[in-house]
Design a protein around this ligand. Structure first.
Ligand code: NAI
Ligand code: 13P
Length: 317
């Protein structure tokens, strides 16, 4: 919708042919965004070759843990020279790779072709045409600027950035922090708990970012603080909602069984914790969320365990 609103013809690949047909005839995706009319310049197809044919850019937005398998299927049809743009906010389980790393590995594309769009961009608000800003990150300024022009519209304001690592980590880690905030909400705790988790969550995200070579100021920008605040505040967030249900006493299996949508933090909490261990970075919130998701700790014990850790200075780092 963002690309279509900016004047582009958009071809969407979908797994289910029947849903592609509904999108083409009714201009709506009733399974994911019911009641919202999609622009007529969006068409859907089940055939990846048809979706990619003549593309000026390829935008990738499947659940993070499925990207590698999907990319392998699409390898033969992806155009050679166009930018590959990730909207995904996760870290691969097992490899601890960011999505841009998976794209590079599977397609062989260089960093000048791989971009990330990330920011406070909750899907329904974006699709409704509510105003929002975001970040287009690419190592190559020319690619970032071209993509910025492709998606800039009266409702969507993209900023360029060359910090791909920081933007990706901001997007993936805020989902884990949102799970923790959701748990606090589900347990009935108020704004102090929420603000404390958000703020300390940003500190541990920036700490991991620094160890991985990200630029620290990215974390106070749209792909860091911006996305963290939107996700942790909004009842539209799948991750916050998932956490809220955990806080209310439901199990991971029960919650996952009740939705077809992806809450990326549920898988990425363990890969982010692994990443932190590999780089010797302290990430207590991610670590505690991982334990709750694994069924090794209750949400209530998690919050009080975080608070009662040994006291220290507030300095960043
Ligand atoms: N929904 C949002 O507000 C935002 C989502 N994102 C990111 O975009 C990515 C995709 O999320 P959404 O589209 O929102 O998720 P969603 O949960 O709304 O939809 C998931 C989509 O992926 C498809 N899917 C599920 N398993 C798949 C598989 N194995 N292979 C291919 N397709 C599969 C589903 O059919 C569905 O179309 C995630 O990484 C998410 O973090 C980024 C910004 C905002
Ligand atoms: O990334 C998002 C907003 O920018 C959406 O967050 P959720 O995946 O938690 O819904």
């Amino acid at each position: 919708t963002v690309l279509a609103n900016a004047g582009n013809q958009v071809s969407v690949w979908g797994r289910r042919e029947s849903l592609c047909e509904v999108i083409n005839t009714q201009h709506e995706n009733p399974d994911y965004l019911p009641g919202l009319r999609l622009p007529d310049t969006i068409t859907a197809t089940h055939d990846p070759a048809a979706a990619a044919d003549g593309a000026e850019a390829v935008v990738l937005a499947v659940p993070s843990q499925s990207l590698r398998e999907n990319l392998k299927d699409w390898a033969d049809v992806l155009p050679n020279a166009v930018p590959l743009v990730s909207l995904m906010k996760g870290v691969e389980v097992g490899t601890t790779k960011r999505m841009s790393e998976v794209i590079a590995e599977v397609t062989g594309a260089g960093p000048e072709r791989i971009a990330v769009v990330s920011g406070p961009n909750l899907a329904r608000e974006i699709a409704e045409g509510q105003p929002a800003a975001s970040v287009v990150a690419c190592a190559d300024e020319g690619t970032a600027t071209r993509l910025q022009k492709l998606c800039h519209s009266p409702t969507f304001r993209p900023y360029t950035n060359n910090d791909v690592i920081g933007c990706e980590l901001g997007g993936a880690t805020k989902n884990v922090i949102a799970l923790a905030v959701g748990m606090a909400v589900g347990l009935g705790f108020g704004d102090n708990a929420r603000a404390s988790v958000i703020t300390r969550g940003l500190v541990e995200t920036a700490r991991l970012g620094r160890a991985l070579g990200a630029q620290e100021h990215t974390f106070s920008g749209l792909a860091g603080l911006g996305d963290l605040v939107a996700t942790c505040s909004s009842p539209l967030s799948r991750n916050r909602t998932f956490g809220e249900k955990l806080g209310q006493g439901m199990t991971v299996a029960e919650i996952a069984g009740g939705t077809r949508q992806v809450a990326e933090g549920v898988k990425s909490c363990s890969s982010i914790t692994d990443l932190a261990h590999h780089h010797d970075v302290e990430m207590p919130i991610a670590e505690h969320v991982t334990k709750v998701v694994a069924g090794e700790m209750t949400p209530k014990d998690m919050l009080f365990s975080l608070v009662s850790r040994s006291a220290k200075s507030e300095r960043w780092g």
